[in-house]
Design a protein around this ligand. Structure first.
Ligand code: AMP
Length: 203
């Protein structure tokens, strides 16, 4: 399964992506986690992106596209979380997946209001001390989501790939709705006649 999960910060994307990854045995590729890991390591990438993350700004597209190309190149399945966040990133992702003939199976959107998102992020900030879960960075991140990432949502919606899920339900309820949606999805790239040779012959 190749799944993209979209939604504003605080929509529960990370939580749900981890649950999906575990159940379907695919890697959870979360760009925020990769970047925070680089910051914690103090690598060259980490030093470059640290101030950007702290402000809640976006890391430049070219850097993100290179990073994701390298990460996805050898994967057959994945749950992608945190990328793409801009239309140029989405265009690059679609082109890249087309080139390696591994298209997305589904794009999930977790919908929550800004009020719920802000409450959850402030709570996480208090618990986990993430510098970008401070009020000013939260405002900036949600502003960027509405301005730059919502057009990505619309891109996949108009492509008929988007399944919306109410992200204000409990974790279990959201996961149940996601699993229902995933059951409807036929893994793309698979043979439409199935892998059973008899079915192919009789078709
Ligand atoms: P997240 O954990 O997904 O909220 O990401 C944390 C921070 O990492 C974001 O606020 C951005 O600064 C940076 N980031 C993560 N993914 C991307 C991306 N696709 N494009 C640009 N910046 C990103």
């Amino acid at each position: 399964m190749r799944i993209l999960i979209l939604g504003p910060q605080g929509s529960g994307k990370g939580t749900q992506a981890k649950l999906i990854a575990k159940l379907h045995d695919v890697p959870h590729v979360a760009t925020g986690d990769i970047l925070r890991g680089a910051v914690a390591e103090g690598s060259e990438l980490g030093q470059r992106v640290q101030p950007i993350l702290e402000r809640g700004d976006l890391v430049p597209d070219d850097l993100m596209v290179d990073l994701i190309r390298e990460r996805l190149e050898d994967e057959h399945g994945f749950v992608l979380d945190g990328f793409p966040r801009t239309v140029p990133q989405a265009e690059a992702l679609d082109a890249m997946l087309l080139e390696i003939e591994k298209p997305l199976d589904v794009v999930l959107l977790l919908e929550v209001s800004d009020d719920v998102a802000v409450d959850r992020l402030l709570q996480r900030g208090a618990e986990e001390h993430r510098p970008d879960d401070e009020p000013e960075a939260i405002r900036n991140r949600l502003r960027l989501y509405h301005g730059l990432t919502e057009p990505v949502v619309e891109r996949y919606r108009s492509g008929g790939m988007l399944v919306s899920v109410d992200g204000e339900q409990t974790v279990d309820e959201v996961f149940g709705a996601i699993e229902d949606a995933l059951k409807q999805v036929r893994p793309m790239g698979s043979d439409p006649l199935g892998s059973d040779p008899e079915r192919v012959q009789s078709a």
